[in-house]
Design a protein around this ligand. Structure first.
Ligand code: NAD
Ligand code: ISE
Length: 342
């Protein structure tokens, strides 16, 4: 069976996903695309033999579209995901699930009312080989009791569309999902620490930022976001256990030796660093749908997307109030009780 995918949003990552779905992922085809930038959507549709839909809601309703991939700006996600739920179609929504906790909760409540998990959230680090090794080391008891973690998330620069609190809601939201998943614990409180600001970032951004995350079992994570670090894309972390410490470095590529120094290249952007993870995420999603499931095993689901959005909103409040701020989650609906280690 070939899964016909409709893609909403053909910007940076939407275009990459369309190329992967039409060229690299087995069992999928791109049935339709939509973007408000209609010329770009039409050109991409023609390139991959898809239909350029007239609106995103028309794309969701299209009978050729078996499943929807949402890659529009984050503040549109909740409304578009709700439309997919109403149409009964599986949806892979790029992160974040929503830009407010209220919107994310509406999505969770709507899905729980339907009694079927249809939503997967694009936290692709769960498909990255390095992060999976770290998860296996923790779950396998290799490091003893996981006690704390240090995390770095740096972008060389960000586009003009990256505004306001997006260091927390759009960048560090990855860490909020990653550390809930790695530790198998909810985040219970956030403290955003004021840091001296880079003179090179846009004046409206808080850059860099450091957030302390407290987890339900008492473990603590410090996570840095620096979206104008200039030198490359750099995502690393170290998990300190009671007996062993495990560190995730950038994947080794080229070693340059010369002028008395040895050095390694740093990935230029997220597309390069996590290219394989995006491909594996899409392949596992399509494979799950082809096999009759509605979401891939172990993927971030709507509850995970909700929890990450609540943590992001809590961190924004912590920054504004210069205070430690507690995370308030609703009770988790039974629909989201699943395998251990979520
Ligand atoms: P982008 O600005 O390059 O693309 C967004 C696209 O959405 C644009 O082409 C824009 O014209 C289009 N758009 C705007 N309004 C629309 C509407 N009403 N309907 C349909 N399309 C509309 O941004 P991007 O970097 O591609 O990010 C898109 C989403 O993907 C964001 O949520 C972002 O956080 C996420 N993202 C995730 C990762 C990851 O690592 N998982 C990486 C990059 C982006
Ligand atoms: C972007 O949207 C992503 O999701 C990238 O993975 C992240 O590194 C970047 O900071 C975000 O803006």
């Amino acid at each position: 069976m070939t899964v016909g995918v409709g893609v909403i949003g053909t910007g940076m990552i939407g275009t990459q996903h369309v190329h992967r779905l039409s060229r690299a992922v087995m069992g999928s085809s791109v049935a339709a695309v939509f973007d408000v930038a209609t010329d770009r959507a039409a050109a991409l549709a023609q390139e991959v033999g898809a239909r350029a839909a007239g609106s995103w809601s028309e794309l969701v309703e299209d009978p050729q579209v078996d499943a929807v991939l949402i890659a529009s700006p984050g503040d549109l996600h909740a409304e578009q995901v709700l439309a997919c739920l109403a149409a009964g179609k599986p949806v892979l929504c790029e992160k974040p699930l929503a830009t407010t906790a209220d919107d994310a909760l509406k999505v969770v409540q709507a899905e729980a009312a339907g009694g079927r998990r249809l939503i997967q959230v694009g936290f692709m680090r769960r498909y990255d080989a390095g992060f999976r090794d770290v998860k296996a080391a923790i779950d396998g008891g290799v490091i003893g009791e996981p006690l704390l973690a240090h995390a770095v998330h740096r972008n060389p620069g960000v586009p003009d569309t990256f505004v306001g609190e997006m260091s927390l809601t759009d960048s560090l939201v990855h860490e909020f999902d990653t550390f809930r998943w790695l530790f198998g614990q909810e985040i219970t409180a956030t403290t955003v620490v004021k840091v001296r600001q880079s003179p090179l970032g846009a004046a409206h951004l808080r850059d860099p930022q450091i957030v302390l995350l407290e987890l339900a079992n008492g473990a603590v994570v410090d996570a840095e976001s620096f979206v104008n670090c200039q030198y490359g894309y750099d995502v690393r972390c170290e998990i300190v256990g009671s007996t062993v410490t495990v560190a995730l470095d950038n994947p080794r590529t080229t070693m340059v030796l010369g002028e008395g120094r040895r050095g390694e290249s740093v990935p230029p952007d997220w597309g390069v660093r996590f290219g394989q993870a995006y491909a594996d995420e899409l392949q596992e999603w399509i494979g799950a749908l082809a096999g009759g499931a509605t979401i891939a095993h172990g993927a971030s689901d709507a509850w995970d997307g909700y929890a990450a959005s609540v943590v992001a909103e809590t961190a924004v409040a912590s920054f504004a109030q210069h205070a430690r701020t507690e995370v308030q989650l609703v009770d988790r609906p039974a629909l989201y009780d699943r395998e251990a280690g979520r």
